[in-house]
Ligand binder design. Structure first.
Ligand SMILES: Nc1ncnc2c1ncn2[C@@H]1O[C@H](COP(=O)(O)OP(=O)(O)O)[C@@H](O)[C@H]1O
Ligand SMILES: [Mg+2]
Length: 395
């Protein structure tokens, strides 16, 4: 295998230059205020309905023109290709300039491009019982990218740590109604949804500290595995019955365990999205996760399948990342998204400002990768990737 450190530009999805090469196009209005000091919207301003029938894709990515490159709004791919083609070619002798040029082309190709809504609501559970692999980061950034492309998206924060709620800038202190109330108290989902202040079309059911107790409280409850499914289905049915707009995507961000919260998330979804960190031990624990998914498919939710695997925190300067990526692609040839998400300081900084990287620095390589991943997720056929729940070695 070629040493990627000598060959930084061969995969546009995997920028190889150091993090500083990100093109800052940061939304300046927020960049100076960490989440801790951020004024949160009062509970009374919560609005669980969609702001407009469909958020305008180009209107919702105001900072996407950062980096000095114009963004082609709308969906004319030919026009985008023409603008991208007009950029000067940069050779491999200057990797940094090459990365900047690659990012500029990706920005032209991707930013502001509207996406077609799925025929019916897609419910995806983002799971991996390993912690720190990018579940939350993937959930919030894919959700934001899809909403910025004009789709209606709901995030259910099912991790008591509440990291997705923080990143989406929604209130989640102890008094705020959240997913705990939905799961344990049977509060209708729409009563706890809050709009993400930075991204029109994106709603979040927050996780409060109470959710930590739900894992134990659920044990003795009736229909303990199906409570989230009942809540989500009820919500979608009520949307239809009231003639309201239903979401296009529902993402469930799971805690790093295979307990009852994760089980509820698996039972409520049709698709599982597994983020895998491109590090040593990446595949450790994956067979346990897949066994659980198999078991749930057999007993509780026959429609469940691993639809997508996203390689995250890819460091193209290391051989290890390339080897892990290759191994994962060998095992799961149909499920792994072409796009990989690079390790990026901008991605990890964004939550401390109560934002996703999609608004914090939309021109950065991390944001462009999540945008590309969101487009891939929305445009690839889901049925073709179904049922890849056992490693290829078994086939
Ligand atoms: N692409 C990335 N580049 C840099 N840091 C990242 C990236 N993705 C995630 N992180 C950071 O790694 C840590 C773990 O990510 P997180 O999404 O919280 O994982 P999980 O939800 O699986 O526990 C967080 O601090 C996050 O900011
Ligand atoms: Mg998390």
């Amino acid at each position: 295998m070629a040493d990627r450190s000598d060959d930084p530009g061969d995969d546009p999805d995997v920028p190889a230059a150091p993090e500083d090469a990100d093109v800052p196009a940061r939304a300046s209005s927020r960049a100076s205020s960490p989440a801790s000091s951020r004024a949160s919207s009062p509970a009374s301003s919560r609005d669980s309905s969609w702001a407009s029938s469909r958020a305008s894709a180009s209107a919702s990515v105001p900072a996407a023109s950062g980096g000095g490159v114009a963004v082609v709004a709308g969906g004319d791919d030919a026009q985008r290709a023409e603008v991208a083609g007009s950029l000067p070619e940069v050779d491999d002798s200057t990797p940094l300039a090459r990365e900047v040029a690659d990012d500029a082309r990706r920005r032209i190709a991707l930013a502001g491009r509207p996406l077609a809504p799925p025929p019916r609501t897609r419910v995806l559970t983002v799971a991996n019982q390993k912690g720190g692999v990018g579940k939350t980061t993937t959930t919030v950034n894919l959700a934001a990218a899809l909403a910025q492309a004009g789709l209606r998206v709901v995030v259910l924060d099912s991790d008591p740590q509440g990291n997705a709620s923080t990143a989406l800038g929604v209130e989640h202190h102890a008094e705020v109604p959240g997913l705990y109330d939905v799961l344990v108290e049977e509060v209708p989902l729409e009563e706890v949804l809050q709009p993400c202040p930075d991204v029109p079309g994106l709603l979040c059911a927050p996780a409060t500290i109470d959710l930590a107790g739900a894992e134990i409280e659920l044990v003795s409850m009736v229909a303990r595995e199906t409570r989230l499914r009942v809540a989500v289905r009820g919500y979608l049915e009520r949307c239809e019955a009231r003639g309201e707009l239903r979401p296009d995507y529902v993402f469930v961000d799971c805690p790093p365990s295979l307990g009852l919260l994760t089980l509820n998330a698996f039972v409520c979804a049709e698709e599982v999205l597994i983020p895998i960190q491109c590090e040593y031990y990446a595949l450790e624990g994956l067979s346990q996760l897949l066994k659980n998914i198999d078991m749930i498919t057999r007993h509780l939710n026959p429609g469940l399948h691993v639809s997508s695997i996203l390689l995250t925190m890819y460091d193209a300067r290391t051989r290890l990342a390339a080897q892990v990526a290759e191994e994962v692609r060998e095992h799961f040839p149909r499920s792994v998204l072409r796009t990989t998400v690079p390790r990026s300081v901008r991605v990890s900084e964004a939550p401390s400002y109560g934002q996703t990287v999609m608004t914090y620095d939309p021109g950065s390589s991390g944001a462009l990768s999540y945008l590309a991943a969101a487009q891939e997720l929305a445009e690839r056929p889901t049925s073709a990737t179904a049922a890849e729940s056992t490693p290829a070695s078994g086939r």
